[in-house]
Design a protein around this ligand. Structure first.
Ligand code: GDP
Length: 200
């Protein structure tokens, strides 16, 4: 039985990593990516909810780590979007403290879904994140977002680009998604269900 993605509820938001509750018996699936990549939209699409995660046309708003509970002791962790240029140095520091603080803790992270906009070359922050995840040997996959904004030919071209731009590309599981059309969402659900091994 696949994970029931509809039985999800908001657990809590944390603005400081030291306040995060212990993992306990939970399996954590974390979502990361740059601000405005479409993380909230993708989460809402996965959960089949209109506004469980806040979608914004103004980037750089999520300065908290948000926890969501699913059935089967699975917790989804929405990490703050990084790399938004128009926030203060202090805010940027807070974002990276939050993300770094999360990874420094002894948590039962079973998967990290790293989101990258399918239209653009990865940012330096994206590359840093990939290198960190590979070096620390975290299980992760890349979800390319907003694929509805590209034609099939453009997607193919961008994939050729990603092959060159993304380190270890051949070894990374990828899925091309759209929160708009639902493309890739079932595949992403399968990949999450695989690692959590959840059966009803
Ligand atoms: P976040 O900052 O990563 O949480 O990104 P949001 O989910 O708030 O989305 C940022 C912007 O991109 C919003 O204007 C969304 O409507 C838009 N967006 C997100 N996902 C998609 C998608 O799959 N297709 C299209 N066309 N737009 C999207």
């Amino acid at each position: 039985m696949p994970l029931p993605f509809t039985h999800v509820s908001f657990e809590a938001a944390y603005g400081v990593a030291s306040q995060l509750p212990a993992t306990d018996h939970h399996m954590e699936v974390a979502f990361a990516g740059r601000s405005n990549v479409g993380k909230s939209s993708l989460l809402n699409k996965l959960f089949n909810r209109k506004s469980l995660a806040r979608v914004s046309s103004v980037p750089g708003k999520t300065a908290t780590i948000n926890f969501y509970r699913m059935a089967g002791d699975v917790r989804l962790v929405d990490l703050p979007g990084y790399g938004y240029a128009r926030v203060s140095k202090n805010e940027k520091r807070r974002y990276s403290d939050l993300i770094g603080g999360y990874f420094e803790q002894d948590r039962n992270i079973v998967l990290i879904v790293l989101l990258i906009d399918s239209r653009h070359a990865p940012s330096k922050d994206d590359i840093n994140m990939i290198e960190f995840l590979v070096e620390a040997e975290y299980p992760f996959l890349i979800a390319f977002t907003k694929s509805d904004k590209l034609s099939n030919r453009q997607i193919k071209e961008r994939m050729e680009g990603f092959k060159e731009e993304i380190p270890y590309f051949e070894d990374i599981v990828t899925v091309t998604t759209s929160a708009e059309t639902g493309a890739g969402i079932e595949r992403l659900k399968e990949l999450i269900s695989d690692v959590t091994g959840y059966t009803d």
